[in-house]
Design a protein around this ligand. Structure first.
Ligand code: HEC
Length: 301
């Protein structure tokens, strides 16, 4: 019997299904993404990375940073905070409502809250509870609003304010989402650690600021050169045991500058329709927030 047509059909079927699975499927899923808008300010999102930062993506890729660093923040859910913005005219009634909503607060605490508006009077509640509280708080012209707060372990680690979405990577080619986390997630490192001196020193020798760090050194992204008349303002400082011999200085190369520009451009925290959050425009809502960890960042219960 002639098996030719059967072999051809089997091979065709195998190739066709792989093409559908590996090419067509992903294309349909993520190929159509368009730039979008932030919510509610309607600014364009994402914005293309500046030229130097775009070059830095190649340096990031060439040095295998993605083997140890992910760029994708996970989120397990969203909770709501109720933020009181204006106290209105009937403070006695408002205090009574606050005490009803917050049985754990004393009257002094409630009064203090009214003295430091805007203030989160309820935290980590459901949308329905938050909306009901906003209605109750509307006494004597007082104004409260619902804040959307994403939660999850990554957000608790302050790696981001919301989950990462495909739009965050729209202008990157190739994308570097990474999958292993030997080091911290870098999706928002530009917002988190915007200190250029620190960033260069950390690339030169991570062990200076993070004792015992397993992050490799990247000395070849820097140039050690003889100091000519006066030290360059770009020279790295506080290199401790990695300091060059006296009369020499360590300066970043163009590659290191591009890489740091890229790291600084990593900032995926705009509120989007697909990943909503309310951005704080107000001063810190309580002492925990002032210390850098908002309690609302705690993992969802
Ligand atoms: C072998 C794994 C490894 C590689 C490769 C690596 N890192 Fe790291 N990185 C770490 C570890 C572990 C830490 C945490 C300790 C520290 O700060 O050094 C870290 C920390 C960082 C931090 C600070 C993040 C924070 O939130 O504190 C930045 C920024 C960073 N790395 C950038 C890079 C860049 C850029 C590259 C590529 C040039 C790179 N890393 C390559 C392991 C690695």
């Amino acid at each position: 019997m002639n098996y030719g047509p059967l072999v051809f059909l089997a091979a065709f079927f195998a190739l066709a299904t792989s093409w559908v699975g590996f090419v067509l499927g992903p294309q349909l899923q993520v190929g159509q993404f368009q730039p979008t808008n932030t919510v509610p300010t309607r600014a364009d999102y994402p914005v293309a990375r500046p030229g130097l930062a775009r070059q830095g993506l190649d340096v990031y890729r060439a040095n295998g940073c993605a083997y140890c660093h992910s760029q994708q923040v996970g989120q397990t859910g969203t909770v709501c905070d109720v933020s009181l913005g204006e106290a209105g005219t009937n403070q006695a009634a408002l205090t009574a409502v606050i005490l009803k909503l917050r049985p754990d607060w004393s009257e002094t605490q409630a009064k203090e809250a009214l003295g430091s508006l805007p203030k989160a009077v309820l935290q980590s509640v459901s949308l329905a509870q938050a909306q009901a509280a906003v209605k109750e708080l509307a006494v004597g012209g007082a104004k409260a609003s619902v804040w959307v707060v994403p939660v999850g372990p990554d957000i608790g680690r302050a790696w981001g304010k919301r989950r990462s979405v495909a739009e965050d990577f729209l202008y990157d080619y190739p994308v570097m989402p990474g999958s292993l986390r030997v080091g911290p997630d870098l999706a928002n490192v530009g917002a988190r650690l915007p200190d250029a001196n620190w960033a260069f020193r950390h690339l030169y020798a991570a062990q200076i600021d993070a004792k015992g760090s397993v992050m490799p050194r990247y000395p070849y992204l820097f140039e050690q050169r003889k100091i000519d008349h006066s030290p360059s303002p770009e020279a790295l400082t506080s290199l401790q045991q990695f300091a060059p011999p006296s009369g020499y200085e360590v300066v970043p190369t163009e590659e290191a500058r591009a890489l740091v520009a890229y790291l600084f451009s990593l900032r995926a925290d705009a509120p989007l329709y697909v990943a909503p959050l309310t951005v704080a425009s107000a001063p810190a809502t309580d002492t925990n927030a002032a210390a850098g960890t908002t309690p609302t960042n705690a993992p969802a219960k």
